[in-house]
Design a protein around this ligand. Structure first.
Ligand SMILES: [Zn+2]
Ligand SMILES: [Zn+2]
Length: 282
């Protein structure tokens, strides 16, 4: 992420600073703020619309016969329109809240490093599961707190507005909700060394993951990975499966409910069933 900000900041500085103002530290800082905001707001919006759109088109339109979830009403136009408009209102505000943390990291207050040799390949590889497990733990507890009365009512409820999710539900969050669940990634980068490009990849990955767990198409079933089925149960029953990547903290804290896969990847067979009941037909 900070790689993008640095690149955009440098191009904006070259393009804007000589012509409209002198390159004082204050002006350069403002350019950096603008670059950070643009990466978050425009990049976030672009990512959401393109990849949630592709997921929706592939699973619900192009391969509709195979994948369209039996739990969803056939006509999703109103729901999808409301999800997209809420996300498009929220993402630019979320970007304002997240930009200061990115700027801290870009300006060297975090532990982000550029050269793999600084910590070695061993740490580089270790930092991948470490990052995933650390953020998974924080998001579990933050998500549980977001279900407390006052937080739920004013912050988390918009994400639970529709009982059954679509790919467009993925980023349809209140800005404070998106901020709260996005902050663990920056906390990691502020506390622990992480390679700059790896950080960017993992940040993009979580956004893909978020779209994926809302599409209601599940190939995995019960397991340690928090699958689409688990997150769909969370949206249907509210009090189970708060995790992001794994079911670890749900299992440890007694909020785990197993899910069943709805699709067979290799055979294309579809298992029609109500979630939480046994599969009935293929
Ligand atoms: Zn929730
Ligand atoms: Zn959700």
């Amino acid at each position: 992420m900070e790689v993008l900000i640095e690149t955009l900041r440098d191009s904006m500085t070259e393009a804007l600073v000589p012509s409209i103002m002198s390159s004082t530290p204050t002006n350069l800082f403002l350019v950096e703020v603008a670059a950070g905001y643009l990466v978050n707001a425009v990049g976030g919006m672009f990512f959401y619309l393109v990849f949630a759109g592709l997921s929706f088109w592939y699973l619900y339109v192009f391969k509709r016969e195979q994948y369209f979830p039996p739990t969803l009403p056939i006509d999703l136009k109103l729901q999808v329109r409301q999800e997209i408009s809420y996300a498009c209102w929220s993402i630019p505000i979320m970007a304002v809240l997240l930009t200061p943390f990115q700027l801290l990291i870009v300006n060297g207050y975090g532990k982000v490093y550029e050269n793999v040799d600084e910590y070695g390949w061993g740490y580089f590889l270790f930092s991948i599961p470490f990052f995933l497990l650390f953020t998974d733990m924080l998001i579990y507890f933050i998500h549980r707190a977001l279900h407390w009365n006052i937080f739920y009512k004013y912050i988390h409820k918009p994400h639970h507005r529709f009982r059954y999710t679509t790919p467009f539900s993925s980023h349809s969050f209140h800005p404070l909700d998106g901020w709260a669940q996005g902050i663990p990634y920056y906390i990691f980068a502020l506390l622990f060394p992480i390679h700059n490009k790896l950080f960017m990849v993992l940040f993009v990955l979580v956004n893909f993951w978020t779209i994926s767990i809302h599409d209601q198409v599940d190939f995995q079933g019960a397991g340690i990975i928090n699958s689409t089925g688990h997150h769909t149960i969370h949206h249907e029953l509210f009090v189970y499966n708060y995790g992001q990547y794994t079911t670890l903290w749900d299992r440890l804290c007694g909020t785990y409910k197993p899910s069943f896969k709805t699709n067979e990847l290799l055979t294309g067979k579809r298992i029609i069933k109500k979630r939480g009941s046994k599969a009935k037909a293929a």
